[in-house]
Design a protein around this ligand. Structure first.
Ligand SMILES: [Zn+2]
Length: 378
């Protein structure tokens, strides 16, 4: 093959591409895709994200009459992601310890590029292939959100953006972000505290009473940020709280969200003076929808068969996080999330085993082969 996968991966991780600064990696990938025969375009999502590059969409006309198959990965990284100096031994690749490695998600990018290139060079009659490389995934799935999904023709897709090789995430939760303001009443804490309503006290009582942590096997809730108060001698009149709830089950998500809201309202109502009372103002924002593919779905069956053929045993799990796949699935495209072999992501201890990197590219080729052969009506 013309690209050596390990060399290509090393080349990609050395290109700075923290979220909103994907210009250089976008240019590199666009020119490589063009060389492979793809029709390549970049959108203008950066107008919305405030970054310097858009999402890359690429289409390779097929040699068969199948519908296209879609591959997805993101080209941005978290921080500290500038000046990455990868260190490679015989087994694995790490950073030098000062930065992340960027295997999240350049391992996915490299596996998709090399897996497809290998297949093209093998002479296989491949189907039409679509690729979506997104920007700003790490800062709220912004690229996928702003991408015009009506461009996508595929009904089946694979997002290479998870840990274990041949572990497939066939479901992910929906998430609500919950922003709460608790209003009390200001007073001098030493002179006339009885004229005040302590917003920190109200917030504390409410937080102590809400469902939090793991609610059940598919539902979680968290309070992650709290701020408020001015000085020790002032009864505080405002506390701001940010939290979230997630569930694979939308009814449970609504339930836990409502429990949090009603608890704050009830606790606030208990804190009254003659002419004043505590109040709460709550905003809920649904960040992304849940999805789930059962084992009979072609997207899962193809993954199972392809893994077995490359000598690996697939596992199917439900994830706890949101990713581009949540956004794509919401458009009616069945996309599951594929492990690339990345480990310790979002830390300076991030690494990937060279063998896993190779297996991921093999899996890309094999997924396309099984997809092409099969009767994969969806
Ligand atoms: Zn990622």
């Amino acid at each position: 093959m013309s690209k050596n996968l390990t060399e290509y991966f090393l080349e990609l991780v050395k290109i700075d591409s923290e979220s909103r600064n994907e210009r250089a990696i976008a240019d590199k990938i666009k020119s490589d895709l063009t060389l492979m025969g793809f029709q390549v375009s970049e959108d203008e999502s950066n107008i919305n994200t405030g970054g310097n590059a858009g999402n890359i969409y690429a289409y390779l006309p097929g040699k068969t009459n199948n519908e296209p198959i879609l591959f997805c990965a993101h080209i941005d990284t978290v921080r500290p992601g500038n000046g990455i100096r990868p260190v490679k031994d015989n087994v694995k690749i790490t950073s030098d310890g000062k930065t992340i490695l960027g295997a999240d998600d350049k391992s996915g990018v490299a596996q998709i590029m090399c897996g497809i290139e290998n297949l093209i060079e093998s002479g296989f009659s491949y189907p039409p292939i679509e690729i979506l490389f997104t920007i700003c995934e790490e800062i709220g799935l912004l690229g996928a959100r702003f991408f015009d999904k009506s461009k996508l023709k595929a009904k089946i897709g694979y997002a290479f953006d998870s840990e274990e090789i041949c572990e497939f995430m066939i479901g992910a939760p929906s998430q609500n972000t919950i922003m709460i303001k608790v209003f009390g009443k200001e007073a001098h804490a030493g002179v006339e505290p009885e004229k005040g309503i302590n917003a920190i006290r109200v917030a504390s009582e409410a937080i102590a009473s809400i469902p939090i942590g793991r609610i059940d096997f598919e539902t979680t809730a968290n309070i992650g940020v709290i701020s408020g108060g001015m000085a020790t001698n002032i009864v505080p009149n405002l506390v701001e709280i940010k939290g979230e709830a997630r569930s694979h089950n939308l009814d449970k998500l609504a339930q836990v969200t409502n429990d949090i809201i009603s608890t704050f309202e009830k606790v606030a109502a208990k804190h009254k003076l003659d002419k004043a009372e505590a109040k709460v103002e709550i905003q809920v924002h649904n960040e992304y929808k849940a999805f789930f593919m059962d084992e009979s779905h072609p997207v899962v069956k193809i993954a199972e068969k392809a893994s077995t053929r490359i000598g690996l045993t697939p596992t199917f799990v439900k994830g706890g996080g949101g990713s581009d796949a949540n956004i794509i699935n919401a458009e009616g495209i069945a996309m599951i999330i594929v492990g690339t072999g990345m480990h310790g992501y979002h830390t300076v201890d991030e690494y990937i085993a060279i063998n896993d990197l190779d297996k991921g590219a093999e899996l890309v080729s094999e997924l396309i082969k099984v997809y092409t052969e099969g009767n994969n009506e969806v």
